[in-house]
Design a protein around this ligand. Structure first.
Ligand SMILES: Nc1ncnc2c1ncn2[C@@H]1O[C@H](COP(=O)(O)OP(=O)(O)OP(=O)(O)O)[C@@H](O)[C@H]1O
Length: 213
């Protein structure tokens, strides 16, 4: 069996400096998707943010190759005054994919059914179109592990199916995905209910840095 692309052991995840999850142990191997479940407030976003490096763990380990993770958060994170193609070019460049060709950008647009909107400013797109463009960014990062927080928000049924196909194709090429979602994506994947890692009511972690609210 191939080595995991992402592995945590005994991880404590903090929010606002207070432990939300404790003893999180998971593995993600090439070709695998893991669906994160749990009621509102259970800690799915907190776990993804911690894995993405947006806040330091309170304890435990995260093992992944350098620059192997990319995070698609609740917000689309688009530049409204750039076109769809310009947004993807920008995103490819900040992920060090400077040689990403026009064909690569166009392929990402096509995968999310955005070819006709190639030159449309992101700020002039509908909510679902913006979300599809936000998801197309994943394809130009060159990163194998996708951390996805409610990726299907604003998507209609056809777009949910389209996106599920994009994830499936990513897995088929040896990628992996950790997906927090309340929606059934139809992927062959294990599920993990983060409620089982709920931390005991806690106090502010030692050395808490307010930069990580
Ligand atoms: N900035 C913050 N400071 C302190 N606590 C926070 C902060 N953001 C979220 N929390 C708390 O952390 C806990 C976990 O929130 P989180 O956003 O990870 O849940 P979730 O499982 O993603 O929920 P949902 O399904 O609603 O998206 C919640 O109790 C929430 O109120």
């Amino acid at each position: 069996m191939s080595d995991p692309l992402l592995q945590t052991s005994d991880l404590t995840c903090l929010r606002g400096g207070v432990p939300v999850l404790e003893h999180v142990t998971l593995q993600l191997r090439p070709g695998a998707a893991l669906i994160l479940r749990g009621p509102n407030g259970a800690g799915k976003t907190t776990l993804l943010r911690t894995l993405a490096g947006l806040q330091p763990p309170g304890a435990g380990r995260i093992d992944a190759a350098p620059d192997s993770l990319t995070y698609a958060a609740h917000a689309d994170g688009l530049k409204p005054t750039l076109s769809a193609a310009e947004n993807l070019t920008f995103w490819a460049q900040i992920h060090g994919q400077r040689d990403r060709t026009r064909a690569g950008i166009d392929a990402a647009l096509a995968a999310l059914d955005l070819t006709d909107l190639r030159d449309r400013l992101a700020g002039q797109m509908s909510a679902g179109q913006k979300r599809r463009l936000g998801l197309a960014r994943l394809l130009v990062t060159g990163r194998p592990v996708w951390l996805l927080d409610e990726p299907t928000v604003s998507l209609d049924a056809a777009s949910v199916a389209l996106f599920a196909g994009v994830v499936q194709a990513h897995l088929a090429t040896g990628g992996a995905a950790l997906i927090a979602t309340h929606v059934e994506l139809g992927l062959e994947a294990d599920t993990l209910d983060v409620s089982r890692f709920r931390a005991a009511p806690g106090r502010l972690a030692d050395g808490f840095d307010e930069a990580f609210l």
